[in-house]
Design a protein around this ligand. Structure first.
Ligand code: GDP
Ligand code: MG
Length: 300
């Protein structure tokens, strides 16, 4: 199949509007982690979809935030801004049920963008009074120059295909930029670390904002005759303070065990092997406020 059209599509919007859910839905695989807690996505994720003669490369971004000054937030803002320059098409996501000051902040960043912007009104499955949807959308349309408006439900998959069709009409001519069977630019180690981080975030009631990161220390695949392949993985969960270490480990190590079990199940699906997962929790103090420490952990 010859690719005639290709380009980058950025997913922009405040935390929690459903960017990662939509990306996973568009790609059809879990490549970005999802959590009911905001600010789960810290990296820029490429999701690649090759359809007929078009290759769409999606960029999932961290949410844009105001007023916070530590290094991680500066990093996140930088990523959010650079994406606006790299993209050919921008998806501005909003929650159909709620418009807040972070939405206002995000839409402001779109004002000088001279690229097609699609207003994606997500979570329509949650809208009780459908009559209110139209005036809600009309208000947002006044705030930037939108090429299209598409209401959908990323979670249920409703109208997602219409979005994909619209994107395809807006992409420039160009060749394939990635192999046509590739789904993401992230390597396996990264994906494994993200699975562990997702389980960690979902298992800890207390917010651990930016305070945790996961490093894959070792990974080895073992093959024995007549047995399913086994991948041995050891990973370190880095936290900022001893108190956070206690939270992550839980009483008698119970919480860490739960995190490990649910992560292992997902990693086994990803690798199609059996997995033996060892998790350690270590304290690295004040790293979120130290750019050097961030670099040391691979945020660059
Ligand atoms: P992000 O921060 O913008 O990447 O948002 P996520 O994709 O992590 O989603 C945040 C929360 O919204 C999660 O609990 C999702 O399950 C939920 N969510 C996302 N899309 C939809 C949707 O279409 N309908 C409903 N009801 N919930 C959704
Ligand atoms: Mg996300």
């Amino acid at each position: 199949m010859t690719i005639t059209h290709s380009g980058f599509v950025a997913l922009i919007g405040r935390p929690n509007v459903g960017k990662s859910t939509l990306l996973n839905r568009l790609i059809g695989e879990k490549i970005s982690i999802i959590s009911p807690k905001p600010q789960t996505t810290r990296w820029q994720i490429l999701g690649i979809k090759t359809l007929d003669s078009t290759q769409i490369i999606y960029i999932d971004t961290p949410g844009m935030h105001q007023g916070e000054t530590d290094a991680m937030n500066r990093y996140m803002n930088r990523v959010a801004h650079s994406v606006l320059h790299d993209a050919d098409v921008i998806l501005f996501l909003v929650d159909a049920n709620e418009w807040d000051k972070d939405d206002e902040l995000a839409v402001k960043k779109l004002q000088d963008v001279e690229k097609p912007i699609i207003l994606v009104v997500n979570k329509v499955d949650m809208v009780k009074d459908k009559l209110k949807l139209l005036p809600f959308i009309d208000k947002i349309k006044e705030k930037a120059n939108f090429a299209e408006v598409i209401p959908l439900s990323a979670k249920k998959g409703e109208n997602v295909e219409a979005l994909e069709q619209t994107i395809m009409t807006l992409l420039p001519e160009g060749p394939a930029l990635y192999p046509t069977d590739q789904l993401t630019d992230k390597n396996i180690r990264f994906q494994i670390a993200e699975i562990i981080r997702e389980k960690l975030i979902n298992a800890t009631e207390q917010e651990l904002p930016y305070a945790t990161t996961v490093e894959i220390e070792q990974m080895a695949e073992r093959h024995e005759p007549d047995k399913k392949a086994l991948t041995e993985i050891s990973a370190i969960i880095w936290v900022e303070r001893p108190g956070q270490k206690v939270i992550v480990i839980g009483k008698g190590g119970e919480k860490l065990k739960r995190i490990g079990t649910s992560a292992r199940i997902d990693i086994e699906k990803l690798l199609s092997t059996k997995v033996f997962l060892r998790l350690w929790v270590k304290v690295k103090e004040h790293w979120t406020d130290d750019d050097k420490a961030l670099k040391g952990l691979g945020y660059d």
